[in-house]
Unconditional design. Structure first.
Length: 387
């Protein structure tokens, strides 16, 4: 077992360090003086490039799956006050979950385009084939830039250290793709000209003879290729604008256009069991009416909770000694009870059982308070120091 644990530790450290090593090598290669590489150096560079593409993509998908909540902007998070530090703040998915098939398809196509072009760049592929692969790589570059912009600011704000690894693969994809395009454009063998019997193919071939124009042609060709991919994805249930909505139909991120529901905070200790009831019970039964603030934390408020708190407020104001006895009783039995309200059914039961007491509280308020509804209405408002 110790040997297995040591091997697992070494493997984890290796996977954590390897992306940085490959990234540094990639950056160093950009600024290094260009010279003819030996066969051994070429093989090593090919291995590193393939490692970045294949292993990098696989690890990025695994990390994204592991760290992502896979909930869209309309999901309302519930957290305990003890988990409110920045590192534990829940965030919604940076990609709208229903668009993931579209994004994943484009990522795979763009990576595949790079791998094909990288493996066969020394085999004088037909110009049109090179341009098509470049167009696929452009799609990957645009997606990489959009992804990096989408997540960077939120990762920094929330100190999401592990998630920073999600930036490494797209950053390297941009560098590798740019290097490959420049390399192919510079080193394409212009002497290897072909003549086709088909006039259209022959014209296309002559149009693409000058490799310096390939990046421009690839950019133009990218749009019809993207249109074909989107059309096919639409047949499988994806929306035509899924690529755009993937980034905009989100919350908490750079391109997000949606506002998520406020996170509900449950007290870790000293929790009000009626707060728990109004949050966790079925809405048709417990009838939540609005948000409120309790101890600087946002909570869900219903009529029963407001009535109970207004009653306590009145007792504290008129007979403070009795209020202390009631508060001591509640602290002893109410808080432990709140820990057992862990599902909608139990919350509904407590709400129903509390109904007779709610009517008693209401009767007391109407008997001894000049404006009982006003007292009830202001409970848990931000400017009211709620108990």
């Amino acid at each position: 077992m110790p040997i297995l644990n040591n091997l697992m530790f070494i493997g984890i450290v290796f996977l954590l360090i390897l992306p940085f090593i490959l990234t540094i090598e990639n950056i160093f290669e950009i600024f290094s003086k260009k010279k003819e590489l030996s066969k051994r150096a070429k093989k090593w560079r090919l291995i590193t490039d393939m490692t970045i593409m294949i292993l990098g993509l696989a690890l990025t998908i695994i990390l994204f799956t592991y760290t992502n909540n896979f909930v869209d902007y309309d999901y309302q998070f519930t957290v305990h006050s003890g988990n409110l530090d920045i590192a534990n703040r829940p965030v919604h998915s940076p990609i709208a979950t229903w668009t993931i098939p579209s994004i994943l398809t484009l990522v795979i196509i763009s990576v595949f385009a790079y791998i094909i072009l990288r493996l066969f760049k020394d085999y004088d592929l037909p110009p049109l084939f090179n341009v098509i692969c470049m167009a696929g790589m452009y799609i990957g570059i645009i997606l990489s830039i959009a992804w990096m912009i989408q997540i960077t600011n939120t990762l920094i704000q929330n100190s999401m250290i592990i998630q920073f690894y999600l930036l490494i693969f797209p950053f390297n994809y941009i560098i590798c793709s740019a290097k490959l395009i420049v390399d192919i454009v510079k080193n394409y063998n212009t002497n290897n000209k072909k003549e086709y019997k088909n006039k259209i193919l022959n014209k296309l071939n002559k149009l693409l003879e000058n490799s310096k124009n390939w990046p421009v042609y690839a950019l133009i060709l990218m749009f019809p290729i993207l249109g074909i991919i989107i059309s096919i994805l639409t047949l499988f249930g994806q929306q035509p604008d899924a690529i755009i909505q993937a980034f905009t139909q989100t919350s908490d991120w750079a391109f997000s256009l949606k506002e998520a529901p406020h996170t509900i905070v449950l007290p870790s200790e000293g929790g009000h069991y009626l707060c728990t009831v109004s949050l966790k019970g079925h809405k048709k039964i417990v009838k939540p009416i609005r948000y409120g603030v309790r101890r600087n934390q946002k909570i869900v408020v219903n009529r029963q909770l407001c009535v109970a708190n207004a009653f306590e407020d009145l007792i504290q104001e008129r007979v403070p000694r009795i209020h202390r006895a009631i508060r001591n009783f509640y602290d002893k039995y109410g808080y432990p009870l709140s820990k057992h309200i862990n599902n909608a059914f139990s919350a509904d039961i407590v709400y129903i059982l509390m109904k007779p007491l709610e009517y008693i509280f209401l009767a007391v308020l109407y008997l001894f308070d000049k404006k009982p509804e006003n007292r009830i209405a202001v409970q848990y408002l931000p400017w009211k120091n709620s108990i």
